[in-house]
Design a protein around this ligand. Structure first.
Ligand code: MG
Length: 160
């Protein structure tokens, strides 16, 4: 079954969204580097690379299913945050937004009765459960222990 026009469009939009996410986390890595929080920066670099992998994975699926991909312009990402807690509030909010985007793609795959696309996308439905949970957990640790124990969290995140 060839990827429908509607799904092809959705995959193109999602590839762009994954690239935007990758840039967002790269900008956050830069923020943490400048703050001297190398563990946090390392965690963000890994996160950024993972988002780019998602884009590649989606590109490959789309091409494999006969869809077309055009790599478009990626919008600018924010570059400044007040403190680490604010950064992770942003991460959590962003990941819940990405979950909504993935859910909408599953809805389209269902409408188009494309089971292969649905199966492919379920991997991302599961991925998002993990992403939201991880972001929330780091955010809660930041809130609970405050920024006075940031060094402990920094060395923990550096082990990712
Ligand atoms: Mg992603």
């Amino acid at each position: 079954m060839l990827l429908s026009e509607k799904l092809t469009e959705a995959f193109n939009a999602q590839v762009n969204a994954e690239m935007w996410s990758s840039n967002l986390y790269l900008a956050m890595a830069v923020y943490f580097k400048k703050e001297g929080l190398d563990g946090f920066a390392h965690w963000m670099e890994k996160q950024s690379a993972e988002e780019l992998e998602h884009a590649h994975d989606m590109i490959n699926f789309c091409i494999d299913r006969g869809g077309d991909i055009a790599i478009g312009q990626v919008n600018v990402v924010p570059t400044a945050w007040g403190n680490p807690t604010e950064v992770f509030e942003h991460v959590y909010k962003h990941e819940t937004y990405v979950s909504e985007l993935i859910d909408k793609m599953v809805n389209i795959a269902e409408e188009e009765k494309d089971h292969a696309a649905k199966d492919f996308l379920y991997k991302y439905v599961r991925e998002q459960v993990e992403e939201e949970s991880t972001a929330k957990s780091i955010l809660e640790q930041l809130k609970r222990y405050g920024e006075c124990h940031i060094g402990i969290l920094d060395s923990k995140l550096g082990k990712r």
